[in-house]
Write a protein that binds this ligand. Structure first.
Ligand code: IPM
Ligand code: MG
Length: 352
């Protein structure tokens, strides 16, 4: 039995999460395992109900399940709230409280969508790499922080254990892939990066079969756009990973395709990379694939059922191969299908 907490959130969140839930139900029927899905409010939806973006009840539920499935949070309605009441603050809190120190963001180019990338097909074809972004430390959480009338300040700090555990995960994952890790930092300028680099190299001693190299973050931004195929596993700090994973995501054509997993010692949360897209919310237009692929990552990382993850990816690929496109990935002149039509097609391809 798998207990999943679903937090649809705001904007298109509920629509794409409904797609993922349909896939979960189909898998449960097909394979005969029991899945219990418990829904909780989060973000603006929670604020409107309870005056809080993240209630203790939602947080407790997330701590007492096998995996969390998140849609998206935020929207113009809540943007003018004070800094520490914004949806972003709730997102950081849930990551910290659940100890989700590793954020995995794959950048995989689907052949069927080569035309959707802003880069030339020959540059992106075959791109398949995985970003390990440190998620509960670095400048996002460092103290002191603040601003007054005359200055603003943040602190980028990494403790040894924080670098060690993410580096270890990245090397372990690389072993299952092409055995190549690139650690990205700014060690030519920042002491914290020099420290990061030292620790990653120490951890590497336990993974001699994996190739390790270092790259400065500015160069990495360029290399991802110049030749994305050179990457297999990237490991980097919180802020650099935030920026690089958006670049990586975009070269694949649409953020609407990309899943993510945030993993800790005892909890895990899965969500699409895209945001709440308030402009198309409630119109049955959003692409559910990123959220459905996040369920695939859930089977991989939380349930250790890679065969089922593969089934999901195959159903997505078969659906794309059949020509169905939501608006974000449709070519000019192509007729786009709705969220629900895309979902139903993927469910059908999963089979019974
Ligand atoms: C992300 C987002 C968040 C982040 C924001 C919304 C707080 O950009 O998940 O990448 O910066 O981590
Ligand atoms: Mg981001």
């Amino acid at each position: 039995m798998y207990k999943i907490v679903s937090i649809p959130g705001d904007g298109i969140g509920p629509e794409v999460v409904a797609g993922a839930v349909a896939v979960l139900k189909q898998l449960s029927k097909k394979h005969g395992f029991e899945i219990v899905i418990e829904e909780h409010p989060f973000g603006g939806a929670s604020y409107d109900l309870h005056g809080e973006m993240l209630t203790d009840a939602t947080l407790e539920a997330c701590k007492n399940c096998d995996a969390v499935l998140l849609g998206a949070v935020g929207g113009p309605k809540w943007e003018s709230l004070p800094h520490d009441h914004k949806p972003e603050a709730a997102l950081l809190k849930i990551r910290k409280e659940l100890g989700l120190f590793a954020n995995l963001r794959p950048a995989k180019v689907y052949d069927a969508l080569l035309g959707a990338s802003s880069l030339k097909p020959e540059v992106v074809r075959g791109t398949d790499f995985l970003v390990f972004r440190e998620l509960t430390g670095g400048i996002y959480f460092g103290q002191p922080r603040g601003f007054d009338e005359n200055k603003g300040w943040n602190t980028m700090v990494y403790e040894r254990f924080e670098v060690e555990r993410i580096a270890r995960l990245a090397f372990e994952e690389a072993r299952k892939r092409d055995k190549k890790v690139i650690s990205i930092d700014k060690a030519n300028v920042l002491e914290v990066s020099q420290f990061w680099r030292n620790v990653v190299h120490e951890v590497h001693k336990d993974f001699a079969d994996v190739e390790l190299s270092d790259m400065y973050v500015d160069n990495a931004a360029m290399q991802i756009v110049r030749n994305p195929k050179q990457f297999d596993v990237i490991v980097t700090s919180n802020l650099f990973g935030d920026i690089l994973s958006d670049i990586a995501g975009m070269i694949t054509g649409s953020l609407g395709m990309l899943p993510s997993a945030s993993i800790g010692k005892s909890h895990a949360l899965y969500e699409p990379i895209h945001g709440s897209a308030p402009d198309i919310a409630g119109q049955n237009k959003a692409n559910p694939i990123a959220t459905i692929a996040s369920v695939a990552m859930m089977f991989d990382y939380s349930f250790s059922l890679p065969d089922i993850a593969r089934e999901i990816y195959q159903a997505i690929e078969a659906t794309l191969a059949s020509g169905l496109r939501t608006a974000d990935i449709a070519n000019p002149g192509e007729i786009a299908v709705s969220t629900t039509v895309m979902t139903e097609a993927i469910v059908r391809h999963l089979g019974a």
